[in-house]
Every structure is written in C-alpha cells, then in structure tokens.
Design a protein. Sequence first.
Length: 437
Amino acid sequence: MNKDNLPVRSYKGTRDFYPMDMCYRNWYFSKVREVVEGFCYEEYHTPLLEPYEVYAAKSGDEVAGEQLYCFEDKGGRKIAIRPELTPSVARLVAARLEELTFPLRWYSIANVMRYEKPQKGRLREHWQVNVDIFGADEIEAELEIISIISRIMHTFQAKPDMFRIKINNRKFFTDVLTDVLKVKNTDVKTISRIVDKKAKMSQEKYYDWLKETGLTQDKIELLDKIFSSNLEEIIRMIHIDSKGANELSRLFQLLDETGLLRYCEFDFSIVRGFDYYTGTVFEVYDTSPENRRSLFGGGRYDNLVSMFKQRNISGIGFGLGDVTFQHFLEGNDLIPDKIYKSQQVLIARFPDVPVSEYFKLAEDLWSVHVKTSIYFSAHDKLGKQLKFAEKKGYSLVIILGVDELKENKITIKYLDSTTQVTVKRDECAGKIKEFPG
RNA sequence: GUGAGUGUAGCUCAGUUGGUUAGAGCGCCAGUCUGUGGAACUGGAUGUCGUGGGUUCAAACCCCAUCACUCACCCCA
C-alpha cells in the first residue's frame, strides 16, 4: 500500500451513494414526489451557492454564523453553500412576483450543507425535500401542509403510533409570554431558546437558565403550569385578544374535522430555531427513543420575500431530511427489499461465435426495452459466466453457442430456478417479455 | 468548540497477567467441473495491529501525543 495515496473516504459528514444506496434514494424520493405532485405542487431547482447575505439576515445566528460554509469567489464576492432551501425559494418568488399567479404550490429536492460535527441523524450534507405554499394567508394552507405530511407518512406505510406532528404558533407563544408571564418583548427570544431545549436538558439546568434571564420563582412555576396545560386551558389564561390563539384553535378545529388530529398534538415547547418563522410552527418526531431528532420541521414565515422586494408575500412550508427519515424507516422496518433493482438479461459468450451475432441479439432486446448486456470475455467458461450473472443479480442468461447458431435458436436460462428453454431466434424477445419483472 | 468511546485482513470481530511465526467467520481467487450458477469439498492470496514517540530483554496489549471514526452537548432536517 502506498502511503501517498489519497484517502478514499468521502469528505467528513458527507456520504457517497453507491448503486445500492441510489436504489434506496430513488425509491424514497419518487414516493415523496408522487405525494406532493398529487397535491398539485410544481418542482423548482436552485443553485448550490447563494450570496452570503441571503442567510446573514434571517436564518438564525448559529446556522448563519458557525454552520455556514462560506468563502470568497475569484471575483471577491462573498458566497455561501446553502444551509437550507427556504431563502432560495423566497428569492425565486420575489424575482417574479409580478408575473406569478398566487397562491403557489412549489417543491424541491436538493442537498444542503451545514458545518457541524457529524453524529447520528445529523451530517454536514443531507438531502432535503422542501415543500412550500406562497400567497395563502388562510389557515387552510396549514391544514394542507399537515395533510401532505400525514400522507407522506401514510405512503411509507407508517402507522399513527410511529410518529407525532407537534404544533405551536410563534405569535401565540409571544402572547402567552408577554401577557401571562409579563415577560418583556426583548426577552421572548431568549426564553424561546431555553424552552426549545427543555426536553434535552436536566430540570435543574433548565430552572437555573430561566432564573438567569430574570424570571422569578412564581413566573417559573407559572411556566410549568402552562406546560402541563392543554391548548384550551392556556388560551383561557390570556387576557388579550391573541391572533395566534385564534389561529391555533381554528387549526386544531380543522384538524379534528378532517381526521388529521390523531397524528397531531399541541406542544408549547416547539418554537424552532430559524428567526423567520412568524406564525404556525411544527416538527414531526419519530416516537422511537432511538431516533430523537425531528423528521420534518417547518412553519409559516411572513417576511422572507420582503427581504428581496418591497411587496410581501407570506409563505408556509416544511423541510424533510433524508438522514433522520431513513432512520425512521429502518427503525420501523418500512423499507421493502424489492426496491433494489436487479438486472435483466446477460448474453453469455462462446469463442467460436462471432461477437456480431451477440450484438444482433442484444439489439433485438434493447429495441423492446429489455435491460440487456453482453459478457465481455469470450474465453471464460460458461460456468464462470453463470456465476457472474448470478452474483450481479441478472434474472436471465441467454445462451447462444454453435449448436444454437446452426439451428437458428437460442436458450434462455432462468437463474432463479434451474430451468431453461430453447426457442427460435425471432421468438426470443417475446419469450423474455413473458418473464415477470 | 466541549466531553466520552473505538481504531487488528475487503467486511464483522477474537487475540489470556506484555512472551516465539498474527487468528476466526464471511467475502475474494483457483480447482474438483473444457456448454450450465447457487451446495459441498480442497487449496490459495490478503495485515506498517490508525500514525508517531516512550517504557521493556520483549508491545496488537502499558504510557504520552496525534489523526480518523462513532456517540453525546450546542444547533438543526
């Protein structure tokens, strides 16, 4: 082994997709695509690179700062690799604001990168399905998004007890904090950060942190009471007319009426990291403790398009990450074997038959869309060629030796059994088409 | 960036209180079998024991450093 050889591993936190991995990925994406296109969503695609400023303003400190891959291009422009898709799609919408017909239903499947320490369910590069609605202020847009999520889960045969859609509302959260807890507007963000982490830290640490922000003991107790209350009870605690409360109760009413409520629950601790969310926020969790990270995350954002244009258009959408979702599917044994596609026909070679004969045969099959390849070495023994075919996952081997050539026949050998059949050359394609799969 | 764990054949791993030539299973290659695969049997190849230093008569094993990977924290899909 040469020490000077380059490493074969992919860059830290990124994955190579070998053919087998692509079988899975294509299967997974095509199922998601089928669902969102069923809801009349249109696909778009944006560049991997965006101007740095697109993320600097709205994405949240951590993602825009530490986790952003950014550099100067040769012209001295500050460039970032996208850490998420939402600002890009907002840019697309803003650029054609005047000519687009709203509301828009758009989706994209693309890779994003964040500079972080790789661990279970979190890599530096992952593939994300991004689904958004632009220009629909109605709560029905929320309903549609939740409906798409549940249908995606249903498409993968996920049972209701395998996942939970946890819903909150940023406006509601702020109203509760400022009205019920009398927290200053400027402290809402700090407290939302702490609340966001509540589930992942110890009780003591949680209380200590809250105290540091200036929350008194009775306020902390009140916050605990809020967490142990259901949505109706919290709404009753508010004295002002809360738009967020109205949105939430209307949404849950609709979820109930449409039967989607069994997948959903109100969760006051869901606030989400991105600064741009303004209304409904939600995350989807695997109920298995083995896979603790959120599968989907999203919400409503009112001010993202206005970053690019004076006029504003509201948006709501979600991202679905492939890494955690794969863990979800594996953990629940929801990946069928049949997604790993096999090859179809291998044409075996004999040294005393000219290769042009084999090409003629192959062309007959290619022309009727039978996946076919010709063995390269004419001198390998038939046994070796069959072993190769079996290992590679071919279903059929065509045998055309001097005997068959003389009689203008070929032999089709079925690899999943021990049977074979000899037919006339011009019946070959038809016979193979009869073979299932 | 902080903390913990793991690094031995292509893969999964064993390797005793430090003791001669480094082990297994799977996989790979060849043969038994010159026009018939999966099974069986026989044989074969493959290791800077992550890297560098130290302790010792002697290191895969002990110590230090370093790198890589994994997990957790932070943040997020």
